[in-house]
Write a protein that binds this ligand. Sequence first.
Ligand code: FPP
Length: 251
Amino acid sequence: MSASDSEDVATSPTHVGIIMDGNGRWARARGSNRLAGHKQGAEVARNVVRWAKELGVRQISLYAFSTENWERPKLEVRGLMSLLAILLPKTLPEMMDNEVRFRTLGDISPLPTSARKAVEQACEETANNTGIDLILCLNYGGQQEILAAVKQTLQWAQSMPDEQQALATLNPEQFRQLMWRHDIAPLDLLIRTGGEMRISNFHLWDAAYAELYFSDVYWPDFSKEDLQLALDEYASRERRYGQTSEQVKHE
Ligand code: FPP
């Protein structure tokens, strides 16, 4: 399939999630420090939103900082947070031009003030944009997200006339309504760069029926062509959601 064929947006996934892995190895291969890899990775993150919009994607989530990333060396954590505080305000005009609605997923309250303020400002200023949703996952963990929803569910059940009955009849769709950012579509395509084949606590609930795509390319080298390859592969998959191939074809 040629690039122009699959620029046909009808086959594009609505929501693409990316685990942007390989920054450290990219930097090491160049004799640079890890932060140089993250800086270049942030450039690619900026570009990938524009490419995704051009290729018909409606929502893109980028795994920028996990709940476990706090355990990295202090200098690296500080560097990532500074990148956020410096680059987000610089990127705002471009996000406005490309009609990007910037949102976050995860608990941003423990972020350093400068990073948190930059995030809040980007959310506010882009709130009415309708071109593409960029969901930056910050201090995000899929297990933590599910656990928070369980706690919400218990509170919700207590407010119901028959708590036991409410819990016994709760279904996955209702449970999802109690999760953070339940207005974001479930993940259609999960891309991980850097050659590892793990989900690493990313979108655990919402990746239930996502198509998985692993690329050996280190994130700082990821190009529009690499995204196109992932979307071409997605377009060639048959999504069955537990049904048989014959059922899906019939529908
Ligand atoms: C994983 O690569 C990458 C991260 C943990 C950070 C991702 C961050 C960016 C792409 C920059 C944009 C984000 C912000 C916060 C401005 P790794 O470091 O684990 O790479 P390695 O596996 O090669 O060591």
